[in-house]
Design a protein around this ligand. Structure first.
Ligand code: SF4
Length: 317
């Protein structure tokens, strides 16, 4: 167990998924002072129109934070996933991050011009699976390195990877110095408190706190990654296609334009045809998950297990 007394600040990498919720609840359960916690969420599609991610995610995260009275700060790469994917002999876009004193923009002026014009590869290798590296990991690093409030204090970054999710995650360390750590200047450690947890423990914890999870779980998704996550299986894509046919069509058009499919050996249209949409999808749930505003509850007395719990999950490794 990490000695929480050693830290001045606690940043939860908050995707809005069940594991990041479990991390927040665990911090509260072990007695971390709420006033020291903040949630950080990286918006995959940036501000504006969504392509890959759930429309509701940003506001669900905001409402969750509000209900728990914990500050949340959003950060994103300008133009998000689409702009990065459509890079043609150009630099990667700047990063914007929110702070207690306002919004700041950094980067995007130096580096190497390059061309992508293809989807990230379905791989554990972050050099080809560029979405995780460019839209999350780098955005986080820029946001913490460019805020003086983290200099001279001890910060613990909490993330919700679980070993049960993949062989790669099972090899992660539960505790280690974070990439943003700068010896004698900025102490930043990484803690993965639920690395050893089984999925059942995550749901038991969420149930005990009576938390309503992200709408995608009620639709039948077992993991709250992007709606069209590159790791998705046939049923996930068939479900996402049913929920957002226009976005699905757009992604299929990109495949034809790039002449490179998202999955190595199968086009999205074939993948969708091979899958079956989840039976739990209803028009009412689609409406909630594809809205930009979350007006549902965060706490509920009569808690029910979402349809997606314990399903076959295919998400980032
Ligand atoms: S959820 Fe999937 S598509 Fe989205 S950023 Fe992560 S790996 Fe990429």
């Amino acid at each position: 167990m990490v000695n929480i007394q050693n830290y001045d600040k606690f940043i939860v990498a908050f995707s809005g998924g069940k594991d990041s919720i479990a991390c927040v609840l665990h911090l509260l359960d072990v007695g971390v002072d709420k006033s020291k916690i903040e949630l950080w969420h990286h918006i995959v599609d940036g501000k504006g129109e969504t392509l890959m991610d759930w429309e509701i995610t940003e506001d669900y995260c905001r409402q969750f934070a509000k209900a728990f009275q914990i500050p949340i700060y959003f950060s994103w790469k300008v133009g998000g996933f689409a702009r990065e994917m459509l890079r043609k002999n150009s630099l990667t876009a700047p990063t914007v991050f929110e702070t207690p004193t306002g919004k700041y923009q950094v980067g995007g002026k130096r580096g190497k011009k390059s061309t992508r014009l293809k989807f990230p590869q379905v791989s554990a290798d972050l050099s080809v699976r560029w979405c995780s590296a460019y839209l999350k990991i780098d955005v986080f690093s820029l946001a913490i390195r460019n805020q003086k409030r983290f200099t001279g204090v001890k910060t613990l970054v909490i993330s919700g990877e679980r070993g049960q999710e993949s062989a790669a995650r099972a090899r992660y360390k539960a505790f280690e110095p974070d990439r943003a750590n700068l010896k004698n200047k900025r102490i930043v450690d990484r803690w993965r408190p639920i690395l050893e947890w089984k999925e059942s423990k995550v749901w038991i914890t969420i149930k005990r706190h009576k938390v309503v999870v992200h709408p995608c779980y009620y639709l039948g998704f077992s993991r709250c990654s992007c709606k069209f996550c590159i790791f998705g299986n046939a049923d996930q894509f068939a479900s996402a296609n049913k929920i957002s046919p226009d976005k699905s069509k757009k992604l299929q058009l990109y495949e034809r334009r790039f002449k490179v499919t998202m999955k190595r050996n199968i086009s999205l249209s074939e993948l969708i045809a091979n899958g079956s949409p989840y039976k739990s999808i209803t028009q009412e749930l689609i409406q909630v998950a594809t809205s930009k505003t979350y007006s549902g509850k965060i706490f509920i007395e009569n808690w029910v297990m979402p349809a997606g719990a314990f399903g076959k999950s295919c998400g980032p490794t």
